[in-house]
Design a protein around this ligand. Sequence first.
Ligand code: P6P
Length: 333
Amino acid sequence: MKRISLTQYLVEEQRLHNSIPAELRLLIEVVARACKTISHAVSKGALGEVLGSAGSENVQGEVQKKLDVLSNEILLEANEWGGHLAAMASEEMETIHPIPNRYPKGEYMLLFDPLDGSSNIDVNVSIGTIFSVLKAPEGMKEPSEKDFLQPGVKQVAAGYAVYGPQTVLVLTTGDGVNCFTLDREMGSWVLTQRDMQIPAETKEYAINASNARHWYPPVKRYIDELQSGDTGPRGKNFNMRWIASMVADVHRILNRGGIFMYPADAREPDKPGKLRLMYEANPMAFIVEQAGGAATNGKQRILDIQPQKLHERVAVFLGSKNEVERVTGYHNE
Ligand code: P6P
């Protein structure tokens, strides 16, 4: 494949599909640049005095790592001045972040999990950034939380970066999924995979199996069948992977198929799941569907869920279409 830069890709997409207006192109390029900066900070590890906890908690009550806070600041500063955004929202901030009055405002709203997989930061396992782009409601004056509460089908773009052996950026604007690899010598994002497709069939599943005793019957049934292998009802053996960084598990699935699950369970019956809808499940569901996969909360398509709160959680079953449809079918029996 001819190697082209992210900028050339975005310009050509606009020329071909008219799907990336200049302000959206600026947004994507600015977020991509911020991910380069985060990748640089993450790769320093202990040398950068950025490991360990920041001595604070986020809105989820989770201990914030220094890199969580730093990554959040990098994304805020990168996006404030461009005139492309009306507001931002982040896993690391309780309330939305309006664009300061000293800057012009735009028609887009950016949501992100600045550094996902925090439990892996200090032990050198792949982590990443997840982002989602919505349009501001028509006629919106002062942005408020309710302006963000749009179902995932309203996203105009979504992407993630994985800070791993390679630093990659995976992006969709609604015309398929493309992957860019960071060329560290040139400091540029280079298109390395076009139109990624998730195989409908798979032999690999991802779930935190330590929660097995808390799972509800549909999940128990589905996992038992996978673990029964070729002597069981599925008639084939399955493999398991769990990286505990959603971005890394999803990237594996985009490349070789699989199903990723974080179900609700009996530990907290009124908690619908661990992952957040607005800036984890929705962007990943958009990407997975654009790559020919499926994404549900066990009952319904994630992208159809009408959010009620900015930081609400949701159960997640996503990846190879046939597996997601099977386990969703068990929930709906
Ligand atoms: P557990 C990381 O904290 C995260 O939000 C996802 O990236 C990951 O898939 C999940 O939580 C891991 O959860 O309970 O296995 O630690």
